[in-house]
Write a protein that binds this ligand. Sequence first.
Ligand SMILES: Nc1ncnc2c1ncn2[C@@H]1O[C@H](COP(=O)(O)OP(=O)(O)O)[C@@H](O)[C@H]1O
Ligand SMILES: [Mg+2]
Length: 461
Amino acid sequence: MRSIRLQFFSIIIVILLILLLLFNTYPLISSRDLVFQEKESGMLSQASVVAASLSGLDSLGRGGIEEVLRLMDVSGYGRVAVADEHGTLVYDSGGGGAPEELLRALEGKNVFRSDFDETAFFSACAVPFTTQNGQRGALYLYERDQERAGLIMTVQGRIRASSLAIAGLAIVLVLVFAELLLSRIRELVQSMRIVAGGDYEHRLKVKGKDEIAELGDEFNLLTERLDETEKQRRRFVSDASHELKTPLASIRLLADSVVQNDNVDMATVREFAADISSEARRLQRTTEELLDLSRLDDGVQRLSEPVDLKQVALDALVPLRPVAAERQVHLHPELSEGCVIMANTDDMFHVIFNLTENAVKYNVPDGDVWIRLEADEEKIMLTVADSGIGIPEEDRLNIFSRFYRVDKARSRASGGTGLGLSIVHDAVLAHGGSIAVGANKPQGSVFVVTFPRPDEEETGI
Ligand SMILES: Nc1ncnc2c1ncn2[C@@H]1O[C@H](COP(=O)(O)OP(=O)(O)O)[C@@H](O)[C@H]1O
Ligand SMILES: [Mg+2]
């Protein structure tokens, strides 16, 4: 976390440095250049005017030059000098030898040079001229301008001070902002730790509407799902233990009553043994179905093969015919050809068997069960309808939950475990299908399973 702040901070510092550098050099350089240009044009034009007057002289005499200069008012210049064509100074208001600019001007062109050293502008210019008697010469003007330099340096100083203040403010703001951001991230991480520690009820208090708030919302959603799954798991374990406990208790009771009674007749022993056997069968079925469910739950890619649902339905009906006959329920299979999907044969057997078994078990004497298989362009549909006792509307939502039964006693009496429809549901979904339940008219229930029709290439048909 410290590193995010560091990254943030370094980026800001770099940006600020660049800005500071820019603010503290660019205005200085451009205003200095502006002054140079101004000096060049100003001094050159004044020098030309003076030179023009000098050209009016008959010859290059000191007296004549002084006269002209006095008239032209060149008092603002630090040094004014005039040289003849040999470079000899005929007039010089300052001291020292002939300046280089002057010598260059004698070659016939205007010369200008300017320097700036933060205390003053030093500018020099020289222009050539020719007197009336054809004598060539050159005029040299030199100026030291402290006033302009001072102005520029004051402005520069102000810019520096204010840019430093702004940079300081920016750094403070960035630090505060980073701290706010980091504290929210810390809160999120803190919440994650709490949830990771097992407190799935914990929720993060989400503030604002930005990306971090979004992250918080997502996190809460995730935790909620985790919470839900965890509760489901606990419920499942407790339901499963309960389901296993009850038959085991009755087995023990039955066995004990035989063992503890000295004079039980054979008929009673037989009766008890038959009860024990039926309880054991139910236990066996429960454990087998639990294993089926956990296999489906694993989410491991199931073996997918072309499955002809008609054949599976015919196979599933074989063990159910005697059950149906016993309960005087009539089976009406209407199985179309060509209902082939990519699935797992065992899973599809479970689907058709469990739905039909329920339709038979939760039926009435002389009732009917219709098992219809049909295919159209897009889907393959399995409908299992019955004229039985029906499912109350409020139970239909829960019917696919583990161990859920509408009438516990009735389910138990017919060897039910309450897991059949869970297996059907999970198996259908595992193979990309969907399942719906509704009421049959005038009475009974309808279960409709739909699978998307596979490509012809997939099934090879
Ligand atoms: N065709 C049906 N008609 C009426 N009730 C049904 C039907 N199918 C399922 N049920 C109800 O749904 C419950 C769950 O079914 P299932 O998961 O197969 O468990 P089981 O059959 O072992 O009780 C049943 O106990 C029963 O109450
Ligand atoms: Mg069942």
